[in-house]
Design a protein around this ligand. Structure first.
Ligand SMILES: [Zn+2]
Length: 181
């Protein structure tokens, strides 16, 4: 048997098999560049972001956060748009569910119409999900890796290192909340 791909565009997506959720592409500098959603096939979804056609996965992208969402509980595309509203990433198209000028109260009302009942703060809601954090891997020739260690889902959970430069999901939301409010 030949080597099985574990990576998609340098991200080891093995642990995302069968996972659904919203994903956040983050640049080396920490900026959120693009947000999308995927139901089950992250390998194909990530691969579909080629460098040349739409620039969503160029070499500045170094981190992938996946917010794990049960699509039977929440409509994935609505949560995707909620995250896009929250982060306003430069590589996303215009919003159409939550428009940019909406207040948090209006965002919650709109979410409710889509059966998403947000209790407490928006941040508390966004932080209520399990997440997976994956760093992009390059080989010695600065090429994106195609094969590598097969990780279990729990091995990639981000933990907070408590520093100002921490890249964990909690710190990502925390730093954004300071910009928004
Ligand atoms: Zn952190």
């Amino acid at each position: 048997m030949g080597k099985q791909y574990t990576h998609a565009k340098g991200f080891n997506v093995t642990s995302l098999e069968g996972v659904a959720g919203v994903y956040i592409l983050q640049e080396t500098c920490g900026d959120v560049a693009y947000i999308g959603h995927c139901n089950n096939d992250f390998k194909n979804r990530i691969r579909s972001h080629t460098n040349k056609t739409n620039g969503k996965l160029d070499n500045n992208i170094q981190y992938l956060h996946v917010v794990i969402i049960d699509p039977d509980i929440y409509p994935l595309h609505v949560l995707e748009h909620l995250f896009i509203w929250y982060f306003n990433p430069p590589r996303n198209e215009d919003l159409w569910i939550f428009s940019r000028n909406k207040t948090v109260r209006q965002v919650k009302e709109t979410a409710k119409k889509h059966n998403i009942n947000i209790q407490g703060t928006l941040e508390e809601f966004l932080l209520s999900f399990e997440t997976v954090f994956i760093e992009r891997e390059w080989d010695d020739n600065f090429e994106l890796k195609r094969y590598g260690e097969v990780e279990t889902q729990s091995s990639k959970k981000s933990s907070c290192d408590g520093t100002l430069n921490c890249l964990c999901y909690q710190c990502l939301i925390d730093s954004r909340s300071k910009v928004i409010w």
